[in-house]
Design a binder for this molecule. Structure first.
Ligand code: SF4
Ligand code: SF4
Ligand code: SF4
Length: 253
């Protein structure tokens, strides 16, 4: 029987903590073997030394665009990839990296006397879709590995996965979690894009919208709710509306 070659898959990282790649490596031996039964991984810096310049079926890109020097590398990946997937919040929405876009003095605060070192120079953090066309985004910080496996399965069958449009509150209500606001806490689930199954409120912590915002999120109402019902100060409430979503206001996924 003729064996068809497996789709070639590569992982690339830009400005990120690499936590999404680690999440994938932690998904367990049996899930990883399932993955390897379906695709051939040809580049994945966390686990192998080999690199490739060959055409790719799926490129998973982790991390934000923060340096002009990275533009050519992104364009080259796009040019030789059938599908490009922004993998994790940093790549998809700018993620936690985009917080610095709102803090002019972040370099002095974080790096102190090294703030001007050349290797630390970077520009505003942006999603990779600001440089190249992205076919699909796996949201979350970190990604959910079940969603990753569903995405691989869809793409190798040439099907674009569905994007979630409902807020986290919907999934939270479906699993009958007591609302954080009823417990005197705050939560961003009202405007956060769902698809994660609302694990954070179920674990007793607020949703921080790590999957970004739903379309047309009403951030002004969110601010009022955070202050009035969540009892946050104005400064903290304003900060919450920028955590994970600083690059994303008004952006359509
Ligand atoms: S999305 Fe979160 S876990 Fe993934 S690389 Fe960015 S900061 Fe790390
Ligand atoms: S806990 Fe958060 S996600 Fe759940 S219902 Fe309340 S606001 Fe929505
Ligand atoms: S509940 Fe909110 S913070 Fe938690 S995984 Fe879902 S979107 Fe992210």
């Amino acid at each position: 029987m003729t064996q068809h070659p497996k789709p070639k898959v590569a992982f690339f990282d830009f400005a990120s903590c690499e936590g999404c790649q680690i999440e994938l490596l932690n998904m367990g031996e049996s899930a990883f073997i399932d993955l390897l039964n379906s695709v051939e991984i040809v580049e994945f810096r966390e686990v192998m030394k080999e690199k490739t310049t060959l055409p790719l079926d799926i490129s998973f890109i982790e991390g934000s665009f923060t340096r002009e020097d990275d533009r050519d590398r992104l364009l080259q990946i796009r040019q030789r990839s059938r599908y490009v997937v922004a993998y994790g919040a940093c790549a998809a929405t700018g993620g936690i990296n985009a917080l610095k876009n709102h803090q002019a003095d972040y370099a002095d605060f974080v790096y102190k006397e090294h703030a001007d070192d050349p290797q630390l120079k970077s520009q505003e953090a942006a999603p990779i879709s600001s440089v190249i066309k992205v076919d699909f985004q796996i949201l979350g910080c970190p990604i959910d590995t079940k969603e990753f496996m569903r995405t691989v399965s869809d793409l190798i069958h040439d099907k674009l996965p569905a994007t979630y449009h409902t807020p986290v509150c919907v999934e939270c209500k479906l699993r009958e979690t007591i609302c954080r606001y009823q417990l005197g806490d705050h939560c961003l689930g009202l405007v956060a894009r769902g698809g994660c199954g609302a694990p954070c409120p179920a674990d007793g912590i607020p949703c921080e919208a790590c999957r970004g915002l739903v379309d047309h999120a009403n951030l002004s109402s969110l601010f009022d709710v955070l202050v009035e019902k969540g009892r946050l100060t104005h400064e903290r409430a304003a900060g919450k509306t920028e955590l994970f979503t600083a690059c994303q206001k008004g952006m359509k996924l």
